[in-house]
Design a protein around this ligand. Structure first.
Ligand code: CDP
Length: 248
């Protein structure tokens, strides 16, 4: 996030620099169940972002005093690999930004995981950013939702996340790094598609009410596509595994 006085042009001939339309997502690919040792996992590529998500649990909460006898406790870790961008990462553990993203993601997931189904248990969610190009928190949450479903964790919904940015008067979905860094505003959200409930909303910069409404229309439209890719990843995983079990 942030802006600079030496702001580069983000539009060329009315199009975004990577040639996308304002309502066009970057290419999104998700594969579920790729880590053998995790209870659930997903690998995601979204534009130039590459993310690995892993879920462990439900398991007995440790330390014991950490447990809640009425419901599961969620631990969530977002981390950028030291090699994920040209910027320096990970030499001194999680920075303020990573702690903040871990916290908002945890709160989004606590709203959809049926916590009371797992009294005394702990569920760990890891989002590892292997390569970053803007929108990594959205990519992390979108991947982790698939990993949670892959772990069989009871949830009310399969949530997704995406960012929208404002480039001058134009709203642009799924901003990449240069757009994120130099746009006039950017707003990552996480949404439960069942009822379009907002589970996370952050904002850097400002939007008018009209621009916000326009963004929400764009987000919900993009969300249908994102949700479809998430659903397909799970469907592929279970149909391949069903075939393998039948052959055994
Ligand atoms: O990744 P996201 O858009 O959720 O977060 P951001 O804080 O708005 O950062 C935008 C982009 O800047 C990230 O996706 C990274 O590509 C880059 N970035 C980085 O490389 N190192 C950081 N410490 C922060 C951001």
């Amino acid at each position: 996030m942030g802006s600079s006085s030496n702001k580069p042009e983000l539009l060329k001939n009315g199009k975004r620099l990577d040639g996308r339309d304002f309502n066009e997502l970057r290419e999104l690919k998700i594969e579920a169940g790729i880590l053998k040792n995790a209870d659930g996992s997903a690998y995601l590529e979204w534009g130039n972002n590459k993310v690995l998500a892993a879920v462990y649990g439900p398991k007995e909460a440790v330390p014991k005093h950490f447990a809640d006898p009425t419901k599961a406790v969620i631990k969530c870790r977002y981390a950028m690999a030291p090699f994920s961008s040209l910027e320096d990462h990970g030499r001194t553990g999680p920075n303020r930004r990573a702690i903040e993203i871990s916290k908002v993601a945890k709160e989004a997931f606590e709203n959809v995981i049926i916590l009371n189904d797992y009294p005394g248990a702990q569920i760990d969610i890891f989002m590892e950013i292997l390569q970053s190009d803007g929108g990594t928190r959205a990519a992390g949450i979108t991947a982790a939702a698939v990993a949670l479903a892959n772990a069989g964790i009871h949830m009310r919904d399969l949530i997704y996340s995406v960012s929208v940015g404002r480039i001058g008067e134009h709203m642009a979905i799924d901003v990449n790094k240069i757009e994120d860094n130099y746009s006039d505003a950017d707003m990552p959200v996480a949404i439960s598609p069942r009822n379009n409930e907002l589970l996370l909303l952050q904002m850097d910069g400002g939007l008018t009410k009209k621009q916000y409404e326009e963004s929400m229309v764009m987000i919900l439209e993009a969300g249908k596509k994102i949700h479809e890719v998430q659903r397909k990843a799970l469907e592929d995983y279970y149909s391949i595994n069903k075939k393998n079990t039948e052959q055994e």
